[in-house]
Design a protein around this ligand. Structure first.
Ligand code: FAD
Length: 536
């Protein structure tokens, strides 16, 4: 790539699912586009999170681009829930087919973006001290791309190896004969723990909050099934458009009350056997708004746990009690609970006795116990939604710094743009469905919207667009009102609420009204001459 290019029409930050589709789609409007990616290769989440056991929680047939019929026909998924490696292969296949690499600069981080009010262009600073300017800046920086490691004294003292699941090395790490500590039992912890337990001499799982987990019952996809899918993709995608989480599942849309009491358990049992969080979640449409339904589902899972895990003390520790089901991310699991029946696995409750320090040889907890370790694995998640944006010094009109504007919580219109930052789009930004949907659908919908904006502006000789402040205010009120009507706000702590990060504003970050409602709102905005946006 010619690094002397200083001026482009569009700069896209990030080369994950969002950046790659944005590149393809916006290249239809301009050839002068650059994607800047801090990683050494494309793939975003699926490039970085290459830890053992990393896998998609959504069925592979759904978790794929829908914009290209050719790609749908040429690519064949092998498993019901795809592994990280298969998803990365898929993205490389897409990039190859669409010749995307030629517009991407790797190993380069965007560190600043300042809007120049005179030139009406973004001046984008890179970590190699170069600058680019662009008429449009598209943030495809990801909701889950800024990894979080809790601050613990002594981290530089440890003589063994330390890893974070989200920055996992791209070579094989052996745990054979090692004493390993995994900190964190969210989605990544639930995936990596059974893998490490297979080889490690001793595995200590440091758990603050137990996760609700659902077995995935993963399987190889038969060629007959794949042929059927390829014939029926239009219907599958259409179904997904109507589904709350944008997955191609039957939209039964029934509340628990709609079932006879005797049939409620069998409905959950049926979905438990099917496997996967989304299928399970879709049992009753009021799980996230009705405490009684939620408790019924939690009790069902608590009973399953008792049947699977032998030691009643461990059962007690693994039973979630501090939040309703689903209000922290529920996890797909392969052999997670059974792992705690293994002799080489110990569960350490760090809510009771928090980790106090990392020592030369392991971890020290508040009750004075020491854990001797060869390897520490942080599965401690992300500074979600805003973390990657926060790492870029973004300055808009009137010298407004994004981090100041968003101090009390992000403010956006549609989760797509924020006022005083003209021509800066955020793909799956805070205030859009993002992680509460199958994210590729959310990404495609946002990229298509951005295309509509830029196309409209090109056709009409318009230079800038930004949301009106009153539209932004109304959107924030709307998104907050929807979140308040759900059980999400009852979670004592969750990354949906930003409360996993010290000092981060506590608010509900994604849009909780579901993809179909959100899509309709956006379609109406566009149809209504981009209502709520100011063009100049
Ligand atoms: P990302 O994939 O996060 O890509 C963003 C890219 O931007 C990264 O490569 C990053 O390096 C780059 N970047 C960020 N800041 C800068 C900067 N300043 N300069 C240069 N480059 C920068 N979603 C689902 O729908 N279903 C799932 O089952 C699912 N499972 C997941 C499992 C894991 C382990 C993780 C981490 C995420 C999962 N997700 C899942 C969410 C996943 O992030 C999205 O599905 C999707 O991959 C997001 O794509 P993206 O392009 O928006 O962001």
């Amino acid at each position: 790539m010619n690094m002397n290019v200083k001026q482009v029409d569009i700069i896209i930050v990030g080369a994950g699912f969002a950046g790659l589709y944005a590149l393809y789609k916006l290249r239809l409007l301009s050839q002068h586009i650059l994607v800047i990616e801090s990683g050494a290769n494309l793939g975003g989440s699926w490039y970085w999170n290459c830890y053992p056991g990393a896998r998609c929680d959504i069925e592979s047939i759904d978790y794929s681009y829908s914009f290209s019929k050719e790609i749908e026909q040429e690519w064949s998924w092998t498993e019901r829930f795809a592994s990280q490696t298969e998803i990365l292969d898929y993205l490389n296949f897409v990039a190859e087919k669409l010749d995307l690499r030629k517009n991407i600069i790797f190993n380069t981080k965007v560190v600043s973006a300042a809007y120049n009010e005179e030139t009406k262009r973004w001046e984008v600073g890179l970590d190699n001290d170069q600058f680019l300017t662009a008429g449009f800046c598209v943030m495809a920086t990801g909701c889950l791309s800024s990894s979080h490691i809790p601050e613990l004294p002594g981290s530089t003292l440890f003589k063994g190896d330390i890893y974070h699941t989200a920055t996992w090395p791209h070579e094989t790490i052996s745990f054979a004969e090692k004493r390993v500590g995994v900190i964190g039992t969210g989605s990544s912890g639930v995936q990596i723990i059974p893998e490490i337990a297979q080889d490690a001499a001793q595995l200590y799982v440091f758990q603050r909050t137990p996760a609700y987990t659902i077995p995935v019952n993963n399987e190889t996809l038969s060629s007959d099934y794949i042929s059927w899918v390829k014939k029926n993709y239009p219907e599958i995608r259409q179904k997904a458009k109507q589904h709350f989480f944008a997955c191609g599942l039957d939209n039964d849309d029934l509340s628990m009350e709609d079932f006879l009491p005797a049939d409620r358990i069998s409905e959950l049992e049926r979905r438990w056997q099917t496997g996967g969080v989304v299928a399970f979640f879709s049992a009753f449409n009021d799980i996230l708004i009705n405490n009684e339904t939620n408790k019924f589902v939690s009790d069902f899972l608590a009973q399953k746990l008792k049947e699977i895990v032998h030691d009643p003390d461990i059962v007690e520790k693994l039973t979630p009690r501090s939040y309703p089901f689903g209000t922290k991310r529920a996890c797909n699991a392969i052999d997670y609970w059974t792992t705690f029946n293994k002799k080489n696995v110990s569960l350490v409750d760090i809510r009771k006795a928090p980790i106090k320090a990392i020592t030369e040889t392991g971890l020290l907890t508040a009750d004075g116990k020491t854990y001797e370790l060869d390897t520490i694995v942080f599965a401690t998640g992300f500074d979600a939604f805003t973390g990657a944006l926060r790492q870029i010094k973004i300055k808009g009109r009137n010298n407004t710094l994004l981090e100041n504007k968003w101090k009390a919580g992000p403010r956006t219109y549609l989760g797509l743009m924020t006022s005083e930052m003209p021509n800066m789009f955020i793909i799956t930004g805070p205030g859009s469905p993002s992680v509460l949907s199958m994210m590729i659908a959310a990404i495609e919908q946002h990229v298509d919207l951005i295309y509509d904006f830029i196309h409209y502006m090109q056709l009409n000789g318009i230079t800038t667009v930004e949301p009106k402040e009153d539209a932004e205010k109304a959107w924030m009120e709307h998104t907050n009102a929807i979140a308040e009507g759900t059980l999400f706000m009852q979670a004592e702590s969750s990354w949906y609420l930003g409360s996993n990060i010290a000092g981060k504003a506590r608010t509900f970050y994604p849009y909780a009204g579901g993809m179909p409602a959100y899509r309709k709102i956006c379609d109406d905005v566009v149809r209504d001459n981009f209502n709520g946006f100011l063009f100049s």
